[in-house]
Design a binder for this molecule. Structure first.
Ligand code: ATP
Ligand code: MG
Length: 358
C-alpha cells in the first residue's frame, strides 16, 4: 500500500458509520457512484467510528468489528485502496478540531431543527435519552466533509439536510474570517479567498432505497437490510419475506409497491421489468412468489462477484488495517493543511505542527 500524496484532481469526500455492515441501500445510494468517481477524482472515504459512539458508546468492540467489516464491504464492491483513501475518523485529529470551531458558527436551534436528526431520533427510538454527543455529530459531519475541501459529496437523500448545514458553515466561515462577500455566489468562494469550497450533494439515482419492511429507509440499524455479505440463501429468504398484502396471482397488484420498486432497481433488463409491471398490474396470473424468485436471482447476480472478492479479505485483519493506515496517512496530510489554513484565517496560526502515524 502506498502513501502517495493526493493529486490535484478535484476531491470527493463521503463515507459510512460503523453501526453495521453495508447493504444494498449503500450500493445504490452512494457506493456505486464512488466506484465511478474514484477513476476521475481524489476520493476520501471516511469510517465515522467516533460518530458510531453517539448511539453505541456501550459497544466499542462491535464498532471496531464493523469498521473492519465495512472496509471489506467497500473492497468487495470495487473500491480500489490504491486510488481511493479509506480512513479512520478517530485518527484524523483535524476533524475533531474543526468540529469545535464549526460548533461556534451554527446556532444551537439550527442544528436541532435538522430533519434527518429528528427522523433518526424517532426511528432509532432514542426518545429523550440521547446523549449530548448525538446532535453534535451533525456538526461533526460538517467537519468530516470540509476538512477535505471537496467539490462534491456522493450520498443518499437522507444526507442532503446534513450537507445543507455543511454548506452554511462553509459560507459563514469564509465570510467571517476570509473576507468573502455576503452575497458571493457559492462557486466564487474560493476565488474570493475563502478556505472552503461550498460542496454539492451528489445524490445517486436511487436516493432512498426502502428496506424489506416496506416502510423505513433500508438501514443497518433497523433490521430491514439485505447485506452485501449475505449468502445467496439469506438474500432469497429476505426477499421472500417482503409483504405486499396481495392474496393471489390473479389479484391486480400495485405496480409501484416495494416488490415492484425492487424489480425496477435490481433487474437489469428494462423490457422484462416493464413486462412484469404490466402483468402484475393486471393480475395476469403472476404470483408474488414467482416475482420474488426472479428478483432474488437478479440481486444474487449483482452480489456474487462482490462475495467472491470479499472472501479474499475475510479473516485478514492485517491487510484491512494496512488499507486504513495508508488511507489515514493521506487523509492527515490533507486535513492538516486545511486546518492550518483555517487556523491562519481565524487568528489561531501561531506555529506549525506535524503528525505521524506509527
Ligand atoms: P445508520 O442506520 O446507522 O444511520 P445507514 O444504513 O443509514 O446506517 P450510513 O452509514 O448512515 O448508513 O450511510 C452511509 C451512506 O449511505 C450515506 O450516504 C447514506 O445516505 C447512504 N445510504 C444509507 N442507507 C441508504 C438507503 N437505504 N438508500 C440510499 N442511500 C442510503
Ligand atoms: Mg444513516
Amino acid at each position: 500500500m502506498t502513501d502517495a500524496p493526493p493529486t490535484d484532481r478535484a476531491r470527493i469526500l463521503t463515507g459510512d458509520t460503523p453501526t453495521g455492515k453495508l447493504h444494498l441501500g449503500h450500493w445504490v445510494g452512494s457506493v456505486k457512484r464512488r466506484v465511478e468517481l474514484q477513476r476521475t477524482h481524489d476520493c476520501f472515504f471516511i469510517l465515522a467510528n467516533i460518530h458510531a459512539f453517539t448511539t453505541r458508546a456501550d459497544k466499542p468492540e462491535a464498532i471496531r468489528e464493523d469498521t473492519l467489516e465495512i472496509v471489506r464491504d467497500l473492497l468487495a464492491m470495487g473500491i480500489d485502496p490504491e486510488g481511493a483513501s479509506i480512513f479512520l475518523q478517530s485518527e484524523v485529529p483535524a476533524i475533531a478540531e474543526l468540529t469545535f470551531l464549526f460548533a461556534m458558527l451554527l446556532p444551537y436551534n439550527r442544528v436541532m431543527r435538522n430533519p434527518t436528526l429528528k427522523d433518526e431520533i424517532k426511528v432509532k427510538n432514542l426518545g429523550e435519552t440521547y446523549s449530548f454527543g448525538f446532535p453534535l455529530y451533525a456538526v461533526g459531519q460538517t467537519a468530516d466533509i470540509l476538512a477535505f475541501r471537496p467539490v462534491g459529496v456522493p450520498v443518499g437523500e437522507d444526507q442532503v439536510a446534513h450537507l445543507e448545514l455543511t454548506r452554511e458553515v462553509a459560507r459563514r466561515f469564509n465570510q467571517m474570517y476570509c473576507g468573502v462577500h455576503d452575497k458571493a455566489e457559492d462557486d466564487d468562494h474560493v476565488a474570493e479567498g475563502g478556505v472552503f469550497p461550498i460542496p454539492r450533494a451528489d445524490v445517486g439515482k436511487v436516493g432512498r432505497l426502502v428496506g424489506t419492511d416496506g416502510e423505513n429507509k433500508m438501514s443497518k440499524s433497523l433490521n430491514n437490510a439485505v447485506y452485501i455479505s449475505d449468502t445467496a440463501k439469506q438474500v432469497q429468504k429476505k426477499i421472500n419475506k417482503i409483504f405486499t398484502g396481495r392474496q393471489s396471482a390473479t389479484e391486480p397488484g400495485d405496480p409501484n409497491n416495494i416488490l415492484m420498486q425492487y424489480c425496477e432497481i435490481f433487474i437489469p433488463d428494462a423490457d422484462r421489468v416493464a413486462e412484469l409491471k404490466d402483468l402484475y398490474a393486471r393480475g395476469a396470473d403472476i404470483g408474488d412468489g414467482h416475482i420474488k424468485q426472479e428478483l432474488g436471482a437478479a440481486i444474487n447476480e449483482l452480489l456474487e462477484p462482490m462475495r467472491e472478492r470479499r472472501a479474499k479479505y475475510e479473516g485478514d485483519d492485517a491487510y484491512v488495517i494496512d488499507v486504513l493506515k495508508s488511507g489515514t496517512a493521506r487523509a492527515n496530510a490533507l486535513t492538516e493543511e486545511t486546518l492550518a489554513m483555517a487556523k491562519e484565517a481565524c487568528g489561531l496560526g501561531f506555529f506549525k505542527r506535524s503528525l505521524e502515524l506509527d
